[in-house]
Design a binder for this molecule. Structure first.
Ligand SMILES: [Fe+2]
Ligand SMILES: [Fe+2]
Length: 156
């Protein structure tokens, strides 16, 4: 199927953000594992895998639209040196992703590509969940203190 004006470009932009997020969350998960936070390692790794599923879907859809998926481009992976820093950087990444997806929804509506628009809307739902999870962690840290929070993360 032939893509509507600007859609492949948008899909590739979001793909770039997802490829960046895969790596960022993956390294954060590995750092948590190294610090002994088994529980956190598992959760953050899961988020990395979610972004991989997004990338899989985006690549498939770009090819379906006879476009060329761009896997060479990546944004800067922002690595946090502490758990709260990691959360703040991941939150920023998710917020940027939400802005891209919102632009995508608006554009797809304009050029009447409802399949891609639906895909962006579904991805935005995942972003909402990721944002909610990170915000909950930050709020819990505020309430129980970082040490208490981290002590809970040691359990698998
Ligand atoms: Fe994503
Ligand atoms: Fe996400």
């Amino acid at each position: 199927m032939k893509a509507k004006e600007g859609v492949v470009n948008l899909l590739n932009k979001i793909l770039t953000a997802d490829l960046t997020a895969i790596n960022q969350y993956f390294v954060h998960a590995k750092m948590c594992e190294n610090w002994g936070y088994a529980r956190l390692h598992h959760k953050v790794r899961e988020r990395s895998i979610d972004e991989m599923k997004d990338a899989d879907e985006l690549i498939g859809h770009i090819l379906y639209l006879d476009g060329v998926p761009n896997l060479q481009r990546m944004n800067t992976v922002q690595v946090g040196e502490t758990v709260p820093e990691q959360f703040k950087l991941d939150l920023k990444a998710e917020q940027e992703m939400l802005a891209l997806l919102s632009d995508g929804v608006v554009h797809c509506t304009k050029v009447t590509d409802f399949t891609t628009r639906h895909m962006f809307e579904e991805m935005a739902k995942d972003v909402d969940q990721h944002i909610d999870w990170i915000e909950t962690q930050l709020e819990t840290i505020k309430q129980v203190g970082l040490e208490n929070y981290l002590a809970e993360q040691i359990k698998a």
